[in-house]
Ligand binder design. Structure first.
Ligand code: TYM
Length: 328
């Protein structure tokens, strides 16, 4: 069985882009793959954070995985900092990663711009830790949104370089980026991706937003000129984004939705329907999420068991890498 690895940073609210771009695909993949889903808290501390919020966010990220349909009997769920193999492997990979290739990382450039007074080594090294996450589990497939593709590419480069230098050790992973939903755009600015670090909360839908808030945000979402409901990301980025969201939450193809709205002459009706569909999609998720959070001990137990099992896999890869390098 092939292995899938992915993760979400517990840095504040998880938004619809994370869900539709990544987590939704995980749920489908777990039927046919050995899946490992990590709450990547060491990645979350590379930008300013509050310790109290971090622990709650980590728990909520795990609850999100579970409420979305990740089944701990089928898939491994654990917290990155519970398995020290990740940081140890990151150190090893640091010695083969090259500074110029890390300087080229788009996310590093963006985050450095965002947090000018807090550009730390961890932020620079972020993609190497991500490579360690992936390579430790002999991962075949990494389902991510478009913004993480460059990091998966780096993981491939590092794996190949290590194998060439020290002998065959790592499997070369591949990213899986879905055609639809790989880049959900901001509701207030359809030219930028939906992001938890956006200035305005009108940019994103948080998975726990109430129906009123969701409806309000979609009502206020930017639209394009004209009144046609047509998918055309270049000329109609806002409507195309709403169509993508609508399609993913209802599992209806975009062409079908275009047909359904052929005779519509106003964006307002369309937006109302998108909002209703998002609410309908998120309501059962929110119920499960809230129920789970009432039992934090159960979540913690799942994470504890997950970390133990994860380590059984990762320690073999780590041992092999160290042996190949002559570390005794
Ligand atoms: P993070 O926490 O920023 O995002 C989690 C997942 O959500 C995707 N995503 C989006 N997809 C579509 N539209 C958007 N607007 C959007 N915003 C985010 C991301 O691509 C990602 O798949 N570095 C990673 C976490 C990580 C990881 C890993 C992922 C650490 N180690 C190993 C895969 C494998 C991150 O910060 O994702």
């Amino acid at each position: 069985m092939k292995t899938v690895f992915s993760g979400v940073r517990p840095s504040g609210a998880i938004h619809l882009g994370n869900y539709l771009g990544a987590i939704k695909n995980w749920v489908e993949l777990q039927k046919n793959y050995q899946c490992v889903f990590c709450v990547v808290d060491y990645h979350a501390i590379t930008t300013p954070f509050s310790p109290k919020e971090l622990s709650q966010n980590a728990l909520e990220t795990a609850a999100t995985y579970l409420a979305a349909g990740i089944d701990p009997k089928q898939s491994l769920i654990f917290v990155q900092s519970h398995n020290p193999d990740h940081t140890e492997m990151a150190w090893i990979l640091n010695t083969i990663a090259r500074i110029p290739e890390l300087e080229r990382m788009t996310q590093f450039k963006e985050k450095s711009e965002e947090h000018k007074s807090a550009i730390n080594m961890g932020l620079f090294d972020y993609p190497v830790l991500m490579a360690a996450d992936i390579l430790l589990y002999g991962t075949d497939i990494v389902p991510v949104g478009e913004d993480q593709e460059q990091h998966v590419e780096l993981a491939r480069t590092l794996a190949r370089r290590f194998n060439q230098t020290f002998g065959e050790t790592f499997k070369i992973p591949e990213s899986m980026v879905r055609k639809e939903g790989a880049r959900i755009m901001g509701l207030d600015d359809p030219n930028k991706k939906m992001s938890k670090s956006a200035e305005s909360s009108l940019n994103y839908i948080v998975l726990t937003d109430t129906p009123e808030v969701i409806k309000g945000k979609i009502k206020k979402a930017v639209t394009d000129s004209g009144s046609e409901i047509k998918y055309n990301p270049e000329n109609k980025p806002a409507i195309s984004n709403l169509l993508t969201i609508y399609s993913l939450v209802t599992d209806k193809p975009i062409e079908q939705l275009e047909k359904d709205y052929k005779d519509h002459t106003s964006y307002a009706d369309f937006k109302k329907d998108v909002a209703d569909a998002v609410v309908e999609f998120l309501t059962p998720f929110q119920k499960k999420f809230n129920d789970l959070l009432e039992k934090p001990k159960e979540i913690k137990k799942i994470l504890e068991d997950g970390a133990k099992e994860a380590r059984e896999i990762s320690e073999k890869t780590l041992r092999e890498a160290k042996k190949k390098m002559g570390l005794i």
